[in-house]
Design a protein around this ligand. Structure first.
Ligand SMILES: NC(=O)c1ccc[n+]([C@@H]2O[C@H](COP(=O)([O-])OP(=O)(O)OC[C@H]3O[C@@H](n4cnc5c(N)ncnc54)[C@H](OP(=O)(O)O)[C@@H]3O)[C@@H](O)[C@H]2O)c1
Length: 288
């Protein structure tokens, strides 16, 4: 197939490029940065420089690539600015979808998140509504996700990958990542909030599988949604941080409920290789 990958140099894109090339696809890889072209070429992709916030540049790149599938693995989290990330999700996705529709692309596979659901009592399945009434700063993030997903649904075939919280090499949840720094500074509360995690290799594998999944949104997470009081001590141990202090409480925010991966497992036949953060953290976060 001809595939255009937006976000080819990100934490998932870097893993996805070799998988797609190895499967024999003709891969066009998007980046804003000319200095990243040699790396992408060496990996077997056909790189093109374009900023997704520039509608004309995206239209030209997608037109020239003539892809059967657009894979959207874009985020803008490097600066830690949620507004920049939402801009890429809202405006960048709009440009990408418009360009794909104009080029006759049939399928779009896009990265979303599994923690944008409204509050509830159990891990959320894909039918749970998004948390559109959330107050700021969460609102910016949820509304960005809602706009991204709505645009992607305009494609004739579409898959929204609602990824769990990434851990593993190059993520915030590794020995030299942001959350390890938080753990060392005592800034990771071991409270009742529930998170569903996902190893980055499993995220990349799911994106490959989604090239042939039926249209729909799918929670792509490991099998063990976990309260912070359970995972924070394990994470601290894995990254060599002191154990967390006692949490102020064990209550959780209603939306911090984790995500149910049964659709991925039972209807799409996808299984995470890293079934649980419980073993995954120790393997990947630099623990001895
Ligand atoms: N589900 C999750 O938990 C989740 C999801 C995503 C990220 N994260 C965290 O965020 C951290 C940073 O993510 P990341 O390493 O993937 O980096 P990032 O800075 O978020 O960039 C991701 C990709 O988007 C591209 N991109 C961003 N803005 C663009 C634009 N305007 N036009 C074209 N391309 C654009 C980047 O390409 P160029 O820079 O090459 O142009 C890159 O390929 C990770 O370490 C991870 O822990 C977590």
């Amino acid at each position: 197939m001809r595939i255009l990958l937006a976000g080819a140099t990100g934490v998932i894109g870097r893993r996805l490029v070799p998988l797609l090339v190895a499967d024999g696809h003709h891969l066009t890889a998007l980046t804003r940065r000319p200095d990243r072209l040699p790396l992408l070429r060496a990996a077997g992709a056909h790189p093109v420089v374009a900023d997704v916030l520039d509608a004309d540049a995206v239209a030209a790149a997608v037109h020239d690539a003539a892809p059967d599938v657009v894979v959207h693995q874009l985020t803008d989290l490097g600066s830690g600015d949620p507004a920049a990330n939402a801009e890429v999700r809202v405006t960048g996705t709009r440009h990408l979808v418009d360009a794909a529709l104009a080029a006759g692309t049939r399928r779009i596979v896009a990265q979303s998140i599994a923690w944008a659901y409204a509050g509830g009592g159990a891990p959320a399945d894909e039918d749970a509504p998004l948390d559109l009434d959330a107050p700021e700063p969460r609102s910016t993030s949820v509304r960005g996700i809602a706009a991204l997903e709505a645009a992607v649904r305009e494609a004739p075939e579409w898959v929204v990958l609602r990824y769990g919280m990434f851990y593993g090499p190059d993520t915030w949840f590794t020995a030299d990542g942001l959350r390890a720094a938080d753990a060392r500074a005592g800034r990771l509360p071991a409270d009742g909030d529930v998170t569903s995690f996902l190893h980055v290799d499993d995220a990349a594998a799911a994106a490959v599988a989604a090239l042939s999944w039926p249209s729909g949104a799918v929670n792509v997470c490991d099998d063990e949604p976990a309260a912070a009081r359970d995972w924070v001590p394990r994470f601290c141990e894995a990254v060599g941080a002191p154990p967390p202090g006692p949490a102020a409480g064990t209550a959780r925010r209603p939306w911090a409920r984790g995500a149910d991966n049964r659709r991925a497992r039972e209807e799409r036949g996808w299984t995470p290789r890293h079934h649980s953060w419980r073993t995954g953290f120790a393997l990947t976060a630099g623990a001895r």
